[in-house]
Design a protein around this ligand. Sequence first.
Ligand SMILES: C[S@@+](CC[C@H](N)C(=O)[O-])C[C@H]1O[C@@H](n2cnc3c(N)ncnc32)[C@H](O)[C@@H]1O
Length: 296
Amino acid sequence: MGSLPAIELFSTPLWKDYELLDSGDGLKLERFGRYKFIRPEHQAVWKPALQAHLWEEADAIFQPTSEESGGKWQYKKHMEPEWEMRYQDLTFMARTSNSRHLGVFPEQAAHWDWIRKQLSASQKPVNILNLFGYTGIASLAAAKAGASVTHLDASKRSVQYARENQKRSGLLDKPIRWIIDDAMKFVMREKRRGVHYEGIILDPPKFGRGPKGEVWEFFKMLPYLLQEIKPLLASKPLFLVITAYAIRASALSLHFAIQEMMGNFAGNLSSGELILNEKSAGRIISMAITSRWSSR
Ligand SMILES: C[S@@+](CC[C@H](N)C(=O)[O-])C[C@H]1O[C@@H](n2cnc3c(N)ncnc32)[C@H](O)[C@@H]1O
């Protein structure tokens, strides 16, 4: 038996505009810029550390419905529909919508820092592919570090928000290709065209749909997607990072999938959980599982 993989916790100590203020009773109290929110967090199987009147300061509460991820916001105070947030030198908008998500996944900042670190070490021009890219902050981090970025998402609205974030971050002069397409279809097309990327970022959802209703199912399709992505890797790839939310799997599952995919290249693989550190009582909540490979 080989040595056991070390499972790591990846945290985000550099945030100023985001805080996990408290958690408990199946909820989390968070600050996104100037507003505070209460969102469901089934992992918070403990008592809140802050007093009730501090929870009552929340500007909005997400009321879930029985269907998965469904629900709506209940506003407690007047709020702008969207507001600015910053992370390091990146500026973007957060907003409430008809989902619990607010336009930025704060735990992903661990990856933004890591991606920039990988790119800053590179001497050559680098092409990056960001699949399932949402509102584009990882794409902006890569572009800021000098990469040419291809950003893809099935949602026209997400890509529109990502482009607005590019403008807001002052990165309009950076080479970012914005694509609205189904991830699998696009990867197969890039393979036929013989396009190569030094870095790949993947955040496949549990379930999703392409712009023409193409179905994405994580467990069914991830092995096939990774197999199709492999020929897109440059002869000397720099990095690959994959994150998965809301699935019943350990980081070990991603670890061995990426180990299999990147086995021919000399590199380092680390896997674990993207976490948020709670301010009130120092508890830690795992938000997603992840695996990241970088060249040696
Ligand atoms: C978990 S979110 C990504 C979050 C993002 N990485 C971040 O941290 O900001 C998943 C994204 O995948 C997109 N998506 C779902 N199905 C897709 C498909 N078949 N092809 C391309 N994108 C898809 C959704 O529109 C959504 O923006």
